[in-house]
Design a protein around this ligand. Structure first.
Ligand code: HEC
Length: 296
């Protein structure tokens, strides 16, 4: 096997190993990044929902209550405003969901689905659990969710959610007396859940991953070509010339010029030594030839 084939085989193995290890780690990294991105998005939506809730309680409710018109305004209810604004966003981004899901809710749209029921039951079973994160397929698309428990810690909540007898009549006129009652202090009644699609970050992650692989392959290809050219010019060419000269010399052919010395590397050192050796061999050959002549 010649030198260049050996070099190329070593390069090829190095490339394959680096490609596999680098590819594996970069895949993990881009997947982690995609997950981080969707989690961030979900957290942001959750923060926005919480902000809308407190805006409702602190700014909208006092204003509307001033009216004292005897009417019940759902706009004063934080669960209403957070869900309502999120539903407006869903008109253009249907995959993004914010929901306050409970069993037997005041407003039927807040009814927990089977999946949400499982999340709520997990919170109920483990009161120390403050957050659940996971993913599932929603209408054929992979989605990511974060969920927090809804715990009744404020006795004021019971003014509307304990029983229909205690709830404001104006509220019952709108919502009826069936849902949203029977809640107790410190009870976990539901979950605040945000669902975000995984499609876009996953697509971006895959794109980053493929670009990395292409860049790695290009880098290796360039290296491969450059190393091949360098080996041919710097090593193989001088060695071929030296071999030819040594061949000639071994056959007693002392014509031809000395090796050209270029630069100051190991090959030029070898060429210099070779030239010295050639001169000595030529001298010996000449002496031998003279002796042969005078002997005749
Ligand atoms: C003035 C009455 C009132 C008070 C006080 C009140 N709520 Fe509500 N709550 C409502 C109404 C009405 C709805 C339905 C809103 C809608 O149409 O989406 C609701 C809905 C909810 C929902 C969504 C699920 C459902 O039942 O539809 C949650 C969760 C909730 N409330 C939690 C609370 C918590 C926690 C408190 C105390 C901090 C509280 N509520 C205090 C009236 C009230």
């Amino acid at each position: 096997m010649n030198l260049i084939t050996k070099f190329n085989l070593i390069l090829f193995f190095t490339f394959t190993i680096s490609f596999t290890i680098g590819g594996y780690y970069s895949y993990q990294l881009t997947e982690d990044n995609a997950l981080q991105q969707v989690t961030d998005q979900a957290e942001l939506i959750m923060q926005e929902a919480l902000a809308i809730r407190s805006y409702t309680v602190n700014e909208i409710r006092p204003l509307l209550n001033k009216n004292n018109d005897g009417l019940f305004h759902p706009q004063t209810v934080p669960a209403y405003s957070a869900t309502q604004t999120s539903n407006l966003v869903r008109k253009t981004r249907p995959e993004y969901i914010y929901k306050e899901a409970v069993f037997n809710p005041t407003n039927p749209r807040n009814n927990a689905t089977v999946r949400e029921e499982k999340i709520i039951n997990k919170f109920k079973a483990d009161p120390k659990l403050v957050k659940q994160v996971g993913s599932y397929t929603l209408r054929g698309k992979k989605s990511h969710y974060i969920a927090y428990p809804i715990k009744i810690t404020n006795p004021k909540c019971l003014g509307c959610h304990s029983s229909s007898e205690n709830a404001p009549k104006a509220m019952l006129a709108i919502y009826g007396d069936k849902g949203g009652f029977g809640w107790k202090l410190n009870e976990i009644v539901g979950t605040q859940i945000v669902v975000v699609p995984y499609k876009l970050p996953a697509k971006l992650a895959r794109k980053t991953f493929y670009s990395f692989l292409v860049a790695l392959a290009l880098l290796f290809m360039t290296l491969f070509i450059v190393i091949n050219i360098m080996i041919r010019i710097l090593v193989l060419k001088p060695i071929t010339v030296m071999t030819q000269l040594a061949d000639n010399l071994s056959k007693g052919n002392i014509t031809g010029s000395e090796l050209e010395i270029l630069g100051e590397d190991e090959i030029s050192d070898l060429s210099r030594s070779f030239n010295r050796m050639r001169r000595s061999v030529i001298k010996i050959i000449q002496i031998l030839r003279k002796q042969k002549k005078s002997g005749q």
